[in-house]
Design a protein around this ligand. Sequence first.
Ligand SMILES: [Zn+2]
Length: 287
Amino acid sequence: MAMYLHDDAVCLRVRDFSETSQIVALFAKSHGLISAIAKGSKRTGGKSPGAFSGPLDPLCQGEIIFIAAKHAGELATLTAWNLTDPAQSLRRNWRAWLAAQLMAEVTLAVLEPHDPHPELFLELQAALSHCQNLRMSAAYLKAALSAAGLQPQLDTCRRCGQMLAQMPANAPVWFAPAIGGMFCHGCRRNEPAVATITPVLRALARLPAPTTLQTAPPPARPADPIAVLDALRLLVAQIQTLSERRLHTAEFLPMICGINGKASSPNAADVSKLVQHATINSREQAP
Ligand SMILES: [Zn+2]
């Protein structure tokens, strides 16, 4: 007999499967990443009223009932979805929406399917409720890397051991995405590395620590958008290198930080690209 599992979940990605069904990528609190088919989720007033409170949308949260996949690589079967948070506040704010998309994409990139991360799930819920706060988004990326055992180590040069705290202000340094570590200016050899400066690494180090996003309120003072953009770029470079996957949201980082003035009015091409990314995705990339 099929075993029905209950959990809370954030919907990370949605793809139409048929007139009435969807394929969804979910981050479930006790079950980790789940790829599932939601048969009949788009049917309104259908044969089994109550099983789905409506079609699933990216970044919404809800209670789920599902039957786990029998074999690795197969889809689970979502049998019920009860929407608890429609993410309305994200849909009213483009920058918050893009930041949330970035967090969803990073979650899919760094976690293994069916590997539970209840702590990170709570961190994602906290970050989603503060998406307009740039530091929260960057802190969530750091938390996701940490949950995957990939937290960047930025306190000392990985070659000579010089401490970041003792390097001069505004000194040039190198960030090596493949090791999530830094080299002082003179220590970099041939390894691929991103040029940056010490204040960016210090800003990264000062972000709220992983596992504290739920309890620590976001810092009240506004973040320096350029410093956060640089920090996000380093984290995204590390995530892309380690997951061997290009993040679609990477090109929207300046918009998320409100740097290029497009944040209040993204152009039509940007919007359609993002909507396409959120709703129609290749099967290969599903977890
Ligand atoms: Zn060094």
